[in-house]
Design a binder for this molecule. Structure first.
Ligand code: SAH
Length: 412
C-alpha cells in the first residue's frame, strides 16, 4: 500500500532523555546530541517528531546530522504534521508583523527582521538595510533548496527589497557539513544602502552607509540601535567612544557632545566611521569628531594614568567570553576597561558600558561594574540597565536570546 503524504512527512522521530524533555517542555528549543535517547543517526535537515523516553510527543524539531545541537524545536505537539517551507513562510510573515506592530520601521530603516530561535526560525537571520536584505542560514534545514526558495519568496513578497544578499559564516557551514559557498547578491541588484536611525519618531535621522558587497560579516550592530538613542539622551561634555567600529555611538554622542573621540583598532572601520560622519555633517555641524587607531587597553591605561577627563565614555568591546570557560578572563578584561573609564570620568560623568557575551550574565556584569567602581574609588548610580533592541527579541525560557548588556551609569 502506498504511504499517505502525511506518513511520508512524519516518518522520522527521535526520542530524547528526560532532562531534554523537561527543557523542551519549559520552552527551550535545543536538544544536544548527548540527549538523544537512541543511537539511530538523525537525517540531514529534516522535520523530526520529538518524543520523550516513553514515546510521548513533545513537538517537532529540525534535525542536524552533524551539529552538537542535534535538534532545534520548531513547533509544539499540537501540530499534527509540518510542511516546512510553508511553516517557514508563515513564521517570516509573523516576524515582519511583529516589528511593524512595535513601530520599529518608523524609527529605522535598518533592523533585524528574523532573529533565529527568538522568532521560532532556528538557524535563520535576516537583517534589513533599507532596500537591501542580508540573510544568513546556519543549519542544514535552512540550507535546503525548498526552504531557501520559501525564505527568498516570502521576503521578496513582504518587504519588496531591491536586492537580497547572503552572508556566509564558513566555520558554521563546516560544522553543519554544508558545502562551501561564496554568498553575495542572490536576488535583485543593489547591495548598497543608507541606514537611517532616529532617536525619536519624527526626529532627524542619522545616516550610516551599509555596503553589503564589502564581504564584512555585518554592516552594523543593529542590536545597539536603541542604546545609541539612550546614550544620546544622557551624554554630555567631551565624549569618548571606545571600540567605536563605524561610529554608531560616536555619531549619536555628537548630537549632544561638542567633542567626540572614537577609538578602534581597525583602520577600515575608522575610515567607514569618517565617511559616516561626512554623511551627517548637516545634523552634526556643531560637533567635532576625531578617530584614533589604537589598542583600547593601552590607550585607556595611558590616558587614565595621565589624568585625562571626559564627560561621557562608551565601552562596547567585542565578546571577550566566547566560551563559558573563558568567563573569568573575560570578566577581568571588562573590569580593567571599566575601572580605567571610571577614573577618567568627571564628577557627574556618564558611563555607557556594554557586553555582548551571552556567557556573561547581567548579574555578573553588574557585579563586575560594582567592583570596578570600588577600585576606582567612585560611587556610581545605575540610570538604565538595558539589553538589545526589540528587533532582537528576548524570549523567556531561552536565556541565549538575551546576550547584550548595556548599562548607563552616573559616576558621582
Ligand atoms: N560600538 C560599535 C561596535 C563595536 S564592535 C557599534 O556600535 O557599531 C567591537 C570593535 O572593537 C570592533 O570594531 C573591533 O575592531 C574593535 N576592537 C577589538 N579589539 C580591540 C582593541 N584591543 N582595541 C581597540 N579596538 C578593538
Amino acid at each position: 500500500m502506498p504511504s499517505s503524504p502525511s506518513a511520508a512527512q512524519t516518518a522520522a522521530f527521535a526520542r530524547v532523555s528526560r532532562r531534554a524533555a523537561t527543557r523542551v517542555r519549559a520552552g527551550h528549543p535545543w536538544i544536544y546530541r548527548s540527549d538523544l535517547a537512541d543511537e539511530r543517526p538523525l537525517p540531514r535537515g529534516e522535520v523530526v517528531q520529538v518524543q520523550d523516553e516513553r514515546g510521548k510527543a513533545l513537538g517537532w524539531a529540525l534535525s542536524s546530522s552533524s551539529s552538537q545541537i542535534a535538534l532545534r524545536m520548531i513547533a509544539d505537539s499540537r501540530a499534527e504534521q509540518i510542511q516546512l517551507a510553508s511553516l517557514i513562510a508563515e513564521r517570516i510573515r509573523q516576524a515582519v508583523d511583529y516589528r511593524e506592530r512595535l513601530g520599529i520601521p518608523e524609527m529605522s530603516n535598518a533592523y533585524r527582521v528574523v532573529f533565529s530561535e527568538a522568532d521560532r526560525l532556528p538557524g535563520l537571520i535576516v537583517d534589513r538595510y533599507d532596500g537591501v536584505l542580508a540573510f544568513q542560514v546556519l543549519t542544514q534545514s535552512m540550507d535546503r533548496e525548498d526552504v531557501r526558495a520559501a525564505i527568498l519568496d516570502t521576503l521578496q513578497e513582504r518587504l519588496k527589497p531591491a536586492g537580497i544578499v547572503e552572508r556566509v559564516e564558513s566555520r558554521i557551514r563546516e560544522l553543519e557539513e554544508l558545502p562551501p559557498i561564496s554568498g553575495g547578491l542572490v536576488r535583485g541588484k543593489k547591495a548598497e544602502a543608507v541606514m537611517e536611525m532616529k532617536t525619536a519618531v519624527g526626529a532627524p535621522a542619522l545616516r550610516f552607509i551599509y555596503d553589503g558587497a564589502s564581504g564584512q560579516k555585518t554592516g552594523a550592530f543593529l542590536d545597539q540601535r536603541e542604546n545609541y538613542a539612550a546614550a544620546a539622551r544622557y551624554a554630555r561634555g567631551a565624549a569618548l567612544d571606545v571600540f567605536c567600529y563605524q561610529g554608531g555611538f560616536a555619531l549619536h554622542l555628537a548630537r549632544s557632545c561638542p567633542q567626540v573621540s572614537g577609538v578602534d583598532s581597525s583602520r577600515p572601520a575608522l575610515e567607514a566611521a569618517e565617511r559616516n560622519f561626512d554623511l551627517n555633517r548637516d545634523i552634526l555641524a556643531a560637533s567635532e569628531i576625531e578617530w584614533m587607531e589604537a589598542n583600547a587597553f593601552d590607550l585607556l591605561r595611558d590616558w587614565s594614568d595621565a589624568g585625562r577627563k571626559f564627560g561621557s565614555i562608551v565601552l562596547d568591546p567585542p565578546a571577550f567570553a566566547k566560551t563559558k570557560r573563558s568567563l573569568p578572563t573575560a570578566l577581568r578584561g571588562y573590569k580593567e576597561l571599566n575601572l580605567r573609564a571610571l577614573k577618567m570620568l568627571e564628577p557627574g560623568g556618564i558611563l555607557i558600558t556594554c557586553s555582548c557575551s551571552h556567557h556573561v550574565s547581567q548579574v555578573e556584569f553588574l557585579e563586575m561594574l560594582g567592583e570596578a567602581a570600588r577600585d576606582a574609588h567612585r560611587r556610581i548610580r545605575l540610570l538604565e540597565v538595558r539589553g538589545q533592541s526589540q528587533d532582537h527579541p528576548v524570549v523567556a525560557g531561552i536565556p541565549e536570546t538575551a546576550y547584550l548588556k548595556c548599562v548607563i551609569a552616573w559616576a558621582e
